[in-house]
Design a protein around this ligand. Sequence first.
Ligand code: ZN
Length: 179
Amino acid sequence: MKRICLDPGHGGEDPGAVGRSGLKEKDINLQVALKVAEQLIEKYAVNMTRVDDEYVSLSKRCEIANQSKSQLFVSIHCNAAENTGANGIETYHYYASDRGRHLARGIQWGLIALTDRKDRGVKEAGFQVLRGTVMPAALVELGFISNDEEEKLLQNEEYQVACAKSIVRGIEEFFDRGY
Ligand code: ZN
């Protein structure tokens, strides 16, 4: 059975981005991650860096992923920007990681197809959870909590289900194609 590590960003004393209505990124990240886990659990062994509202350091998240010997790592976040007009979805992988890029692309394409949000593309970054994990890794930004329209969407059950489905599809496609 293949092993997957899901990483709901932030938690506990670290709320992540906070929207104008008070919505906290950490809560959305966890809600979506749990929906992803629910869909994966029949076919895969799922590890999570947190399952409740708990603070977990970035190095601890990497340690959990690496010790679980997962074949894949997906970190789930929401975006924020000073410009409240900024919107859309983007997915990151570690610099020059080909397998990370395949994973990020599959997830990003699914997200755009299922949510119809603006495609901000697949990007490279050196985020600690991408750098410190030994398996192919992607970090998704599911929309902007700083944008009023997307702040509402991110709390919407259907939107969360669509995001979760897209992430699951990206993971399955990654394995199906033999990456
Ligand atoms: Zn975040």
